[in-house]
Design a protein around this ligand. Structure first.
Ligand code: PMP
Length: 397
């Protein structure tokens, strides 16, 4: 049975992690994987999470199956966070939200549902995008193409190219958009550009799928959700996947969601019933712990305030690291203007370094980023920044 099975390629990012773990260089720094580390290089366990877990431990509950669509209090908290609890779409019952196994799970449920709904639609993702976007939609059976996004020459978004590609898409094309903190480039489009994207989506009757994996890491919780508000204000039906992996530092708990904004309450009920079938036939129902923690935090005003404070601290620290990177590279002798790093947003920076330079960084200095030049600025800290700057300066010399 298995004799003809071919060896699959290693995941480009998780493969890098394995290489990093095996590296004996004592100064090694992992800027490969998209994970936030604190200034001591540690993965944070947020206070709000600890408080919620303590309360849960003090009052243990049995672990029955969850409903197929997850914890009701979790789903309503997600709706509140993404759309606003008092928003018209939520109050009118137009949003179908299901708990998902991470943001990846939200994307996958959406992809499987869309495949049933529009089997012949094509999918467009940004060029470049998070690697898994292509894989998830391809594995769901779609043909996946891309729309222009990053322009290496100008170190910015090729917005004219993006818009032209959206305008050229066939009606019904599914367009995956990064709601904020674009991964991997760190470049988001402006509010005015979102308006133009929305106009194109509307004119061409495209299906927008917004991936929200970094809400709160850009400019703030509300600010980072602004693009979603705009789609809704334009009267569009949209898909939104949510991930709490980064914003709650709950990577391994796999907490995420999928929300589908429908035309009315009746439509939302029918969509929800179909999403439940997708879930039921994939993994039956989601796990309890992560969702219970996030629901407990988001639904308790004190814990919610604590979370917002802690999330804000992560956001500010990343911004400080961007500035320190720009200053440190200059101090280390880099002549090129690197200030573009502070115009990028979120966890990543497209450094502009070539594959050869990234390989040298890894092999000679133990500084790991992806071959595309992407570095996770959220893994920089006051102890490793100088070494990273010196190493980058050497490969840029
Ligand atoms: N979308 C994007 C753009 C991401 O960067 C990530 C995580 N790297 C995800 C989705 C998936 O998040 P999760 O780990 O919660 O599945």
């Amino acid at each position: 049975l298995f004799s003809s099975v071919e060896m699959a390629p290693r995941d480009p990012i998780l493969g890098l992690n394995e290489q990093f773990a095996a590296d004996t260089n004592p100064s090694k720094v992992n800027l490969g994987v998209g994970v936030y580390f604190d200034d001591n290089g540690k993965l944070p366990l947020l206070q709000c999470v600890q408080a919620a877990e303590k309360a849960m431990m003090d009052k243990p509950t049995p672990r029955g199956y969850l409903p197929i669509d997850g914890i009701a209090a979790y789903d309503s908290a997600v709706k509140g966070l993404v759309f606003g609890a008092e928003s018209d779409v939520v109050k009118s019952g137009r949003v179908a939200t299901v708990q998902a196994v991470g943001g990846t799970g939200g994307l996958k449920i959406g992809a499987d549902f869309l495949k049933k709904l529009s089997p012949n639609a094509k999918v467009l993702i940004s060029d470049p995008s998070w690697e898994n976007h292509r894989a998830i939609f391809t594995n769901a059976g779609f043909e996946v193409g891309s729309y222009r996004y990053y322009d290496a020459a100008t170190r910015s978004v090729n917005f004219d190219g993006m818009l032209a590609d959206l305008n050229a898409a066939a009606p019904g094309t599914i367009v995956v958009l990064h709601a904020c903190c674009h991964n991997p480039t760190g470049y988001d489009i402006t509010a005015a550009q979102w308006d133009q994207v929305i106009a194109a989506v509307k004119a061409k009757n495209l299906t927008p799928f917004l991936d929200m994996a970094y809400q709160g890491f850009g400019h703030g919780i509300k600010e980072d959700g602004a693009a979603i508000d705009k789609f809704i204000a334009a009267g569009l039906t949209i898909f939104v996947s949510t991930s709490f992996s980064k914003s709650f530092s709950l990577y391994g708990e796999r907490v995420g969601a999928l929300s589908v904004v429908c035309a009315d309450k009746d439509e939302a009920a029918r969509v929800l019933s179909q999403l439940k079938i997708v879930i039921r036939t994939n993994y039956s129902n989601p796990p309890t712990h992560g969702g219970a923690v996030v629901a407990a935090v988001l639904n308790n005003p004190e814990l919610r305030a604590l979370w917002e404070k802690e999330l804000g601290e992560m956001r500010v620290r990343i911004k400080e690291m961007r500035q320190k990177l720009v200053d440190g590279l200059k101090a280390a002798g880099v002549k090129q203007d690197m200030s573009f790093i502070t115009t990028q947003i979120g966890m990543f920076s497209y450094s502009g370094l070539s594959k050869d330079q990234m390989v040298r960084l890894r092999n000679e200095f133990g500084v790991y980023g992806t071959d595309t030049g992407r570095m996770c600025v959220a893994a920089l800290n006051s102890k490793n920044i100088e070494y990273v700057c010196a190493s980058v300066a050497k490969v840029m010399a």
